[in-house]
Design a protein. Structure first.
Length: 283
């Protein structure tokens, strides 16, 4: 049955508050599945299942699929389409109110390879990405549709307007690229923004195994808390390095990093060097 017919049959009303739009071009779902490089050994989490167009493609290529949907209005349609599917589990709830580890252990026990493939709700894209990145559960690959501007932030070059905390977090966890651009005309109701499909191939191990991840991320977050201020203001004087001001100044002297620089000029490797050197002075 065509998606428009499902909308009519189940009396679906798309909620702007949840960023809901119907993707009209199923070819976009095919591109996402291809980018995920799914095999029967893969277990997939999908956030925002909607009417199940992507879910249907996922179940035909992956071993198991956990489809998460926050809106109860979509559940009758999803249950009708996948209630008898042996490799699909439906879960109604807000993904941000649940630990990824708990959901996987309950619904995808003993997974071999985990992947996230989702048309992410645009209003909570960044929180969802950080939730999966920070989970102790390893996702080998993530393929997500996001707002075009978010996609540009994920792949931004250093010293560009889009470069920031999200860019650096993505670099820390994965190799990132934009697979496909999706114009707003592919949706109804038509959103005010274009979209894109982003592929994140996760690093097999920690990017900097000698650096505490939370400490590094705190430094990056502090650095970009006020983009127009210099590192001297956001890192040295803020106390985020956890060492006296004089010691914090010596970190930059030793690394030959000018504290007068702004955060958008600083690479991930430079932030990591700051974290590593500051941590050594805390002991």
């Amino acid at each position: 049955m065509a998606l428009r017919d499902l909308v009519a049959e189940y009396n679906i009303r798309f909620k702007k508050s949840l960023g809901q739009n119907l993707l009209l071009d199923d070819n976009i779902n095919r591109i996402m599945v291809d980018a995920a490089a799914l095999t029967p050994d893969d277990d997939v989490v999908e956030v925002g299942a909607g009417l199940g167009a992507l879910t249907d493609r996922l179940r035909r290529h992956a071993g198991r699929v956990l489809a998460v949907e926050i809106d109860r209005a979509f559940m009758p349609c999803l249950e009708h389409r996948f209630g008898e599917a042996e490799n699909v589990t439906l879960f109604r709830g807000d993904i941000l109110n649940h630990e990824v580890e708990d959901l996987v252990q309950e619904h995808l026990p003993s997974p071999r390879t985990l992947k996230l493939v989702s048309n992410l709700p645009y209003y909570i894209t960044s929180p969802i990405l950080f939730q999966f990145w920070e989970s102790p559960i390893f996702f080998e690959r993530m393929v997500v549709m996001v707002q075009a501007e978010v996609g540009e932030r994920l792949v931004a070059a250093v010293n560009s307007a889009d470069y920031g905390r999200l860019t650096l977090a993505a670099q820390y966890y994965a190799d990132v690229d934009i697979v496909h651009h999706v114009p707003r005309t592919c949706f109804t109701p038509r959103p005010n923004v274009d979209s894109c499909i982003v592929r994140l191939r996760s690093h097999a191990g920690p990017r900097f195994p000698d650096i505490d991840r939370s400490f590094l991320m705190a430094i990056i977050a502090a650095g970009f808390s006020q983009r127009r201020k210099t590192l001297r203001n956001t890192l040295i004087r803020s106390g985020v390095l956890g060492i006296p001001t004089a010691a914090a100044e010596s970190v930059f002297e030793e690394l030959r990093i000018d504290p007068g620089r702004r955060p958008q000029t600083v690479t991930l490797d430079e932030f990591a060097a700051i974290a590593r050197t500051a941590a050594a002075k805390r002991t």
